[in-house]
Write a protein that binds this ligand. Structure first.
Ligand SMILES: Nc1nc2c(c(=O)[nH]1)N[C@H]1C(S)=C(S)[C@@H](COP(=O)(O)O)O[C@H]1N2
Ligand SMILES: [Mo]
Length: 382
């Protein structure tokens, strides 16, 4: 799979917290990227842990309280199929234009799963905050999620993020306090025992290992909201950056990537199958994916594909609201073909930008430029 170039024991990944045992294997197939994590934790561990665990809900609400997993599980359970995408997905291609800071992700800092849990809107309603509320009586307008993991960017404090209260209390936004992933208990890598899942929004806001939920007046002042994950124009550099001039990135833009070919890929002239994913943020589904072999002068439309027995790209018209769409096209590679390009269009007719230069930014986030894979022609008798 392109983007997973390191060994599957993750020894070349960023350093891990000691609590996180290696319990995952990289899948040989990108389609199974998220679905293939293996749970090695014992059942007893999970039962004991989950009985003691609670999340405190505090701040500008009338009834601050502590919620246990049983309280959260007593609310209606929803299964939401949603793609989590790191804002740094496809950063490596951006760093080829000019240096950027951040983990060198290729096209695989993304995954799709069925998340099971309670809707945050139901949890807040249980505590007296009605659905579709913009502001509480005490002036709360944002909901902050604080985790148990400590990070150096917060000077040893916890990882945290917030979303607006009107999104948190909107049942249609499908924001979940998730305790399951793909029908299994959430594993530690993905936030056991409880994580936030904010569909359609960059992964950084889906806080894992929840410790507390605070209803606050202003958006969260944490590092990853205020000093990271903001979209700057190409003119901003580390000398003239003013973090306070931009708002935290929330929804992600329309994105697609070819996953069946390496960049650069040796191919023989003839029929070549192109497969990949396309997804857009903010609840916008994918309208279509176009493929070009002549630098964008002409395009053919790819078709949607579906993994057998997966319900996320069903016939249902809204199944791609939060989930990726897998696409496939067969192209005819001739001696003159040098590059294959994919670009997606979302339901609001937003299109991926043509060049990475136009979206370059110093943190290397949101590289949604046309995905280009270089081909190197081999001979049929090789
Ligand atoms: N507590 C906590 N939550 C977190 C993070 C973190 O470092 N700590 N990383 C965030 C980022 S940047 C991303 S992209 C997603 C990744 O989710 P995953 O590990 O389930 O793929 O988790 C988010 N939630
Ligand atoms: Mo991320």
């Amino acid at each position: 799979m392109p983007g997973i170039r390191g060994p599957s024991d993750y020894s070349q990944e960023p350093s891990r917290d000691p609590c996180l045992k290696i319990n995952a294997k990289a899948s040989p197939s990108f389609l199974l990227f998220f679905a293939s994590f293996l749970i090695h934790r014992s059942a007893i561990d999970s039962i004991l842990g989950v009985m003691c665990y609670s999340v405190s809900v505090t701040g500008l609400i009338d009834n601050p309280t502590k919620l246990f997993i049983k309280d959260i599980k007593s609310l209606p359970k929803y299964n939401v199929t949603a793609t989590l995408q790191c804002a740094g997905n496809r950063r490596t291609a951006m760093s080829k234009v000019r240096n950027v800071r951040g983990v060198g992700w290729d096209v695989s800092a993304i995954g799709n799963a069925v998340w099971g849990g309670a809707k945050l809107a139901d949890v807040l309603e249980l505590l007296g905050v009605p659905k579709l509320t913009g502001s509480t009586r005490l002036g709360g307008r944002h909901v902050e999620f604080v985790s148990v993991d400590r990070c150096k960017e917060e000077n040893g404090g916890p990882y945290k993020a917030s979303i607006p209260l009107n999104q948190a209390t909107n049942p249609e936004a499908d924001v979940l306090l998730a305790y399951e992933m793909n029908g299994e208990i959430l594993n530690r890598d993905h936030g056991y025992p409880l994580r936030l899942v904010v569909p359609g929004v960059i992964g950084a806001r889906s806080v894992k290992w929840l410790d507390s939920i605070n209803v606050i007046a202003e958006e969260c002042q944490g590092f990853f909201m205020q000093k990271d994950y903001k979209m700057f124009p190409p003119s901003v550099n580390w000398d003239n950056i003013d973090w306070s001039s931009r708002r935290p990135q929330m929804d992600f833009p329309v994105q697609s990537a070819i996953c069946s070919l390496e960049d650069v890929q040796m191919v023989k002239p003839g029929k070549v199958s192109i497969k990949g994913y396309a997804v857009s943020g903010g609840g916008r589904g994918i309208e279509r994916v176009d493929i070009s072999m002549d630098g964008g002068k002409s395009w053919v439309e790819a078709s949607r594909t579906q993994e057998p027995e997966k319900d996320y790209i069903s016939e249902h018209s809204s199944s791609d609201k939060w989930a990726w769409v897998l696409f496939e096209a067969t192209i005819d590679v001739s001696q003159s073909t040098t590059e294959v390009i994919a670009k997606a269009v979302d339901s609001a007719a937003n299109v991926q930008p043509e060049n990475v230069e136009s979206v370059w930014n110093l943190r290397g986030v949101l590289n949604t430029s046309w995905h280009r894979v270089l081909l190197r022609l081999g001979h049929s008798n090789l």
